[in-house]
Structure formats: structure tokens, C-alpha cells
Ligand binder design. Structure first.
Ligand SMILES: Nc1ncnc2c1ncn2[C@@H]1O[C@H](COP(=O)(O)OP(=O)(O)OP(=O)(O)O)[C@@H](O)[C@H]1O
Ligand SMILES: [Mg+2]
Length: 464
């Protein structure tokens, strides 16, 4: 089976929109969470370290004040207990001046340099008796050529940093997990109408059934809902048009059956012409000619009806008065026994209508033809052109009230007119042409008898 058009291929660039949105939302939130946690961790780590260094500086100042002029050696304490004060020792620049007893804290060459004043004070992290310790080595200000080393246990700081690490790592992981869930939920929820829309569109494409509709959530007016609503409107129009086409084809084939049967009968009759009298032969061939003509005009009308819109390139500003005059002239020639009267008001002489002249002529010919066909011989047909309105009125039998709503239907012919030639397509076509020109065509019963057809349109032209 082939893949439906528009279905994504595999590969990261072809991930469904929902997945992409979810990933994007998740990545954004995760990045923010991890960034904020990292920054907070860095600040806390710095602050804790800074605090310890401050304590060490204070301890160094205190030790200097309390131990003025002391010789090198241990000044105070052992850094064994957390609550113990800082331990301190004095280190001479020259190792020869070292005391006989052992130092508490390790003495490096750098410490000697600090004592000699050739190195800046510095901090060291050590482990002493199994405990983490931070040591400050700084010049001893209360005596010559000696360095003061003070140390404090740094367990609490290390523990604090460790806890902060765990805490922020946990927050980051939870944040990323929540972001993944949230992003997925958001994308799923936000795109649910799109998913429904896609599913419906795919279903219609697969089944070619335009009756399907998308369920619209009530009370929502977001972009997707509006898109779905437009899609439904489009589907409704598609359904109408499909139904209209089906009806047209069904009606047409039904209507064509009768004349075609008659045609076949006559043709079969003429095939056995040798058994017919000359008069019978003449009758049959005349009938055949008439039927062929009827079928031809029926087929032509159907083809015209099947066209929905006027072809745009043919649209022009049509001067109405000359067009109507010409149509009346043609009708007079076609129906010599029917007097046609044309009245054009002075204001209407120069009005124009954007349209296709041949189609407008066809509309008029259909109306005038009906008027002539349905009125008794010798009774006038009155045509009046006003600004924005054209009426065709005859003095025939008129249209029965029950037929009025149907005369514009395809193939509709009132009971009384079935004896006259015609297929019932003339008015359907006239209305279709009127609608394509933005005009409205309606039928009425004229006061005093007869039928009145009214075409109302929006004029352009100088007097409009
Ligand atoms: N001027 C009129 N007076 C009385 N009835 C009319 C008039 N015009 C139309 N009708 C009625 O409306 C029906 C439909 O008219 P329409 O022009 O569509 O078909 P038709 O004239 O019968 O056939 P066609 O125009 O296709 O040759 C007619 O059959 C007739 O019953
Ligand atoms: Mg007609």
C-alpha cells in the first residue's frame, strides 16, 4: 500500500508536530531549571567558602592580638573538635629557627616564603586527624619574619556544599522530569483539536465522504477552533456541491431517457422505411428531426447549467439598455405573433452591469421565450428597465401559487404547461446566471393576471 501524501517519513526532522512541541517545551523548561539550580549552587558554594575564609581571617587577627612577640611554634589548640577555636602556629622564614617540638599543621616552603614576605597570604584545604580543615597562611604582623598559620575544621562547609549539590541535582532531575510531563501534556492538550482536524481530513481523503464533520468544543474561540469551524464550513459547501452535482446527473439522465426512447422508436421505424407509406415516412423523419433538436438543446442547456461561474476573463461592463433592446429584437423575430413592448426609463439608459454579455442575453432570452410561449397569441409582453431592476411581464395564465416556489428548480414544469415544448431548464439556468452576476431573479403573479419576472441587480455606470 502506498503511504498517504503528507504523511511524515521517518527521521528527526519529520517528527510529528506534537512531539516536536513537547520536546521544545520540555527542553526550554529543563534548561531554565538546570540553569537556575546551577547558578544557585554556585552562589551557595561561594558564600559558604567565603564565610569560612572570613572566620579564618578573624581567627588570625585574634591570634595575632593574643600572642604578641611569641617565638615560632604552636600557639593554640588542636583542630580535633568542631566547636574548638582555631588552631594556630607561628612559622619562621628560616627552618633553622624552628622550635624543638613538632608543628600541628604541615609547614611548606610557600609558608616560609610568606614568613619572608616574598609570598602573598594563601588558603589551603587539608585533612588533619581525619577531618577536613582549611588553613590560612598569612604574615605575622606582631613580629619579624614569621608566618601565622591558623586552621579551622571545614566539615560544616563541606557538608553544606554537599547537601546543596544533592538538593539542586534532585531539583534539576525533578524539574526535567516535570518539564517532560508538562511539555507532553501541553502539546497533547493544545494540539488535540489539530489532531482531530487531521484525523477528519485523512478520513475524508480516504473515504471521499464529505458528510463528516469535526466536533467543535463549545465556547472556545481560539485559532484552532476557528480553523476547524472554517474546515466544517468548507466541508458543508463541498457536500452541497457534491450533492448538487449528483442531483444534476440523476435528473439529467432521467430527463434524457424519454426523448431518447422516442428517438429510438422513430429511428427503428425509419429503419423499416420500405414498409411505410411516404406520408408515414415523412411524419417519422420530421419527428426524428424535432426530437434530435430537443435532445441537442437539452444537452446544451445541461452543459451550460453544469458551469457554476462566469469565466472571469469574459467579464466586462455591459451597457444594459442596448443589451435588453437587442434581446427584445431577437424575440420579436422569433415570435412574430407576440407584441413585445420595451420601456427604458431615462435614468436607466446609461447603466452598466459587470458581466458576460452572452450569458446575460441568454437569461433575457429565457425570460422572453417563456413569456411568449405561455401567453395567448396577440397578448403583449411588457419589458421595463429601471435603474437596478428589470421586469418581464406577460398576460398569460400566470404561475399558480403552488408552482411559484418551484419554477426555478431544474426540470420543473407546472402541470398546466406540460403540453408545451420545453424541458424545465430555462428558469434554472436564468437564476444561475443571475446569481453569478450578483443579481436576484424572482417570479410573481402580476396584478391583473399573468406572470411577472423581476431581476434586481446592483448597477455601476454613471447614474448609479
Ligand atoms: N411566463 C410564464 N407564465 C406561466 N408559467 C411560466 C412562465 N414562465 C415559466 N413558467 C412555468 O415555469 C416552468 C419552468 O420554466 P422553465 O423556463 O424553467 O421551463 P420550460 O420553459 O418549461 O422549458 P425550457 O425553458 O427548458 O425550454 C414552466 O414549465 C412553466 O410551468
Ligand atoms: Mg423556458
Amino acid at each position: 500500500m502506498t503511504r498517504p501524501a503528507g504523511r511524515p517519513a521517518t527521521g528527526p526532522a519529520h517528527l510529528p508536530l506534537r512531539t516536536r512541541l513537547a520536546l521544545l517545551a520540555c527542553a526550554t523548561v529543563a534548561l531554565i531549571t538546570v540553569g537556575v539550580c546551577t547558578a544557585a549552587y554556585a552562589v551557595i558554594r561561594y558564600e559558604l567558602g567565603h564565610q569560612l575564609d572570613l572566620q579564618l581571617t578573624q581567627a588570625a587577627t585574634l591570634a595575632t592580638q593574643q600572642n604578641r612577640g611569641e617565638p615560632p611554634g604552636v600557639l593554640s589548640g588542636e583542630c580535633r573538635y568542631l566547636a574548638a577555636p582555631a588552631c594556630a602556629q607561628l612559622v619562621p622564614a628560616d627552618a633553622a629557627d624552628d622550635p624543638s617540638g613538632a608543628y600541628l599543621l604541615p609547614v611548606s616552603d610557600t609558608a616560609r616564603e610568606v614568613a619572608a614576605g616574598t609570598h602573598a597570604p594563601y588558603y589551603t584545604d587539608l585533612t588533619l586527624h581525619g577531618h577536613p580543615v582549611r588553613m590560612l597562611t598569612t604574615p605575622y604582623t606582631a613580629g619579624e619574619d614569621k608566618a601565622l598559620q591558623v586552621a579551622l575544621r571545614s566539615d560544616t562547609t563541606a557538608k553544606g556544599v554537599r547537601q546543596a549539590t544533592w538538593l539542586f541535582a534532585a531539583i534539576s532531575v525533578a524539574g526535567v522530569a516535570l518539564a517532560a510531563l508538562g511539555g507532553n501534556w501541553m502539546a497533547r492538550r493544545g494540539l488535540a483539536p489539530v489532531a482531530r482536524l487531521t484525523a477528519t481530513a485523512e478520513r475524508i481523503a480516504a473515504t471521499r465522504d464529505a458528510r463528516t464533520r469535526i466536533d467543535l468544543p463549545s465556547g472556545r474561540r481560539d485559532e484552532v477552533t476557528r480553523l476547524a469551524a472554517s474546515f466544517n464550513t468548507m466541508l458543508a459547501e463541498l457536500e452541497d456541491s457534491v450533492a448538487a452535482r449528483r442531483r444534476l446527473v440523476a435528473d439529467a439522465s432521467h430527463e434524457l431517457r424519454t426523448p431518447l426512447t422516442a428517438l429510438r422508436t422513430n429511428a427503428e421505424l425509419l429503419a423499416r422505411a420500405d414498409r411505410l407509406t411516404p406520408a408515414q415516412r415523412d411524419r417519422a423523419s420530421t419527428a426524428l428531426g424535432r426530437q434530435i433538436h430537443e435532445v441537442t438543446s437539452l444537452v446544451n442547456d445541461l452543459i451550460e447549467l453544469a458551469r457554476d461561474e462566469e469565466p472571469t476573463p469574459l467579464v466586462e461592463e455591459v451597457p444594459l439598455a442596448p443589451l435588453v433592446a437587442h434581446a427584445v429584437e431577437t424575440a420579436r423575430a422569433h415570435w412574430p405573433g407576440v407584441p413585445f413592448t420595451l420601456t427604458v426609463t431615462p435614468e436607466a439608459t446609461s447603466t452598466t452591469l459587470p458581466g458576460v454579455p452572452s450569458r446575460l442575453s441568454r437569461l433575457l432570452a429565457n425570460l422572453l421565450g417563456n413569456a411568449a410561449k405561455f401567453s395567448p397569441p396577440g397578448s403583449t409582453v411588457e419589458i421595463t428597465l429601471l435603474v437596478g431592476e428589470l421586469t418581464v411581464r406577460d398576460h398569460g395564465p400566470g404561475i399558480a401559487p403552488e408552482d411559484l416556489p418551484h419554477v426555478f428548480d431544474r426540470f420543473y414544469r407546472a402541470e398546466a404547461s406540460r403540453a408545451l415544448p420545453g424541458s424545465g431548464l430555462g428558469l434554472a439556468m436564468a437564476r444561475q446566471i443571475a446569481e453569478a452576476h450578483g443579481a436576484r431573479l424572482s417570479a410573481e403573479r402580476a396584478p391583473g393576471g399573468g406572470a411577472l419576472f423581476r431581476l434586481v441587480f446592483a448597477v455601476t455606470g454613471p447614474d448609479a
